[in-house]
Design a protein around this ligand. Sequence first.
Ligand SMILES: *Cc1c(COP(=O)(O)O)cnc(C)c1O
Length: 421
Amino acid sequence: MDHFLYRDGALFAEDVPVAEIAAQVGTPFYLYSTATLTRHFRLFDEALHGMPHMVCYAMKAASNQAILKTLADCGAGMDVVSGGEYARAIAAGVPGDKIVFSGVGKTEEEMRTALTHGIRQFNLESEPEMERLNRVAISMGVVAPVTVRVNPDVDAKTHAKIATGKSENKFGIPIARAREVYARIAQMKGLKAVGIDVHIGSQLVDLEPYRLAFQKVGELTDALRADGHDIQRLDLGGGLGIPYTRGNEAPPLPMDYGNLIRETLGDKGCEIEIEPGRLVAGNAGIMVSQVVYVKSGEGRDFLILDGAMNDLIRPAMYDAHHDIVPVVEPAAGVEYQPYDIVGPVCESGDTFAKQRMMPPLAEGDLVAFRSAGAYGAVMASEYNSRPLIPEVLVNGDQFAVIRARPTFDEMINRDTLPEWL
Ligand SMILES: *Cc1c(COP(=O)(O)O)cnc(C)c1O
């Protein structure tokens, strides 16, 4: 169900007109729907019904405290990939035993923090990391619960920058070496293996790569148990894709994904963990921007927006498509025309869409980038000294700024001058 719909010709976010928020907050800004966030979380929860499970939201997709708290209140655990994310999860009230720690470069400091405040498990990505965590845990007199992230050498058939399950990717330990690694862990006093972890990539629009990976995890579960290891949990990562083009794409639903898990791994008697990020937050957010100029070029018209690649980098970084819709509904029968839709940043990469068919737009008009809730605000920067744009959360007929736009002074005053200047 879409919570960003036109009503009487105006785009609404749940029960609030988007233009009203724009008037109050200024553009550009990110806008999230509570109803979509909670619905998407529950879809995963329901997809795994009948199996012991925990849905750990991959918070790198969108990590504002208000989003985390909204999901934590629904019972979500968290998948974190840095000390900063761990601190955010704790600050949002998520207990340590619902936080899993992923990532290829965990530092000693991050390990200590998580072991001090509580952790469900570390997903180990390499043997040097395993050695270090063992040392840290022993020095603290604790035992760290771990899984090994295995790299199943499966082609996720997604964009190269977000494929993680092929042997040439930096992630995980080759599945062929897993038995040897678990045997070493069994001898380490600071580690206790509790399960297996896998995550093959992001924006997967086909279940087959998952099937291949899950089958391999199932075989490994049996082999490790035969070796005497107590495999209680299977962390299957995230990565389920979302429709970025309304009406044209139908990626598998969480229910199909859940059924595949039940079919391939349901008989293992394991607790299932999943780490969805994009599907929870992606279509729960839009970025609202204003047309600054309409510029006629050589054979093409440019819509120059006040939002730019520093605010939403996905088109520049992943060649990603975002539907862009006017905040005032186009009149029936109006003729669409092609525009190049760009931001003001000083590089040609700052192009959101080329020759996109849009209704005629003019200076001052508002547009909304759909599907911008995941890997949007979290990847923003202040390139060109454009302050990070605000985030707003809608809940029914209420809305609140959940991160304010910094003033220029606040941005400048984060820098400090050395005494010789
Ligand atoms: C990024 C990531 C996820 C989430 O991926 P989505 O495509 O956003 O669902 C889950 N687990 C790990 C280890 C990740 O790196």
